[in-house]
Design a protein around this ligand. Sequence first.
Ligand SMILES: Nc1ncnc2c1ncn2[C@@H]1O[C@H](COP(=O)(O)OP(=O)(O)OP(=O)(O)O)[C@@H](O)[C@H]1O
Ligand SMILES: [Mg+2]
Length: 258
Amino acid sequence: MTTTAVTESGAALALDGVSRVYGGGAPALDGIDLVVPRGRLVAVMGRSGSGKSTLLRCAAGLERPTAGRVRIGGTDLASLKATALTRLRRDRIGFVFQSLNLVSALNVRENVTLPLLLAGAREGRALDALALAGLDAVGLADRAEDRPESLSGGQRQRVAIARALVNEPEVVFADEPTAALDPVTASGVLALLRRAVDEQGRTVVLVTHDPVAATWADEAVFLEHGRIAGRLDRPDEERVRAALGVRTETGRQPAVAR
Ligand SMILES: Nc1ncnc2c1ncn2[C@@H]1O[C@H](COP(=O)(O)OP(=O)(O)OP(=O)(O)O)[C@@H](O)[C@H]1O
Ligand SMILES: [Mg+2]
């Protein structure tokens, strides 16, 4: 793409020839080049097993690629030792992963402030106010003192988003944050991510199977067998379905649905 060279230096996230091989099998990622400029929401799509979660884990520094380079805001992750990488993840990245659930021993407010506490912030009124502001933004200020168990799936996902944004991260990675939600709740969650981009200038990388969810993105990137098989700017549902190879006229369930 012609814009790549222009934007790469100021990119929030840049992947250069990133590959990830597990054992002796086919590569889960195979030479991924991806530049995400600041203030953009990018959807990563593709069939089950195409490498989406692996891409997110490598991009977020949760896993080291077998080859290639990942940069967050210009920092080459390979140049960081384990503790510096942990610090970068804590301070500069937000996560909304289904596997990184809320901590049940903590209430909702404490869950939101957890990244800041881990970063050494002191407990107190300032921190509580920050958590409440974040919870207010996701419409859950009145649930601050409740335990995560007492919330619905969609409410928990909104808490996870408040938590992911509390440290004002450079990039937020979200792996299927709406997979378990009804369409209305899902669009509420996506609207929150969109607002973080539009109003706070955050950068979001969102893995989704849902062509409707992808329409919230500025760009959709399609993975196939660990490679980028296509891209769409300002994706609309019809073109996303076409790119995924989903025939809508038959009325069948999309082939990508699980
Ligand atoms: N820790 C691992 N060890 C071995 N193989 C793995 C591991 N993680 C992923 N893989 C393999 O890498 C490939 C890509 O997996 P990945 O989880 O990235 O797919 P995905 O696109 O996120 O799929 P889904 O839509 O089902 O979540 C798959 O073939 C998977 O079996
Ligand atoms: Mg996955």
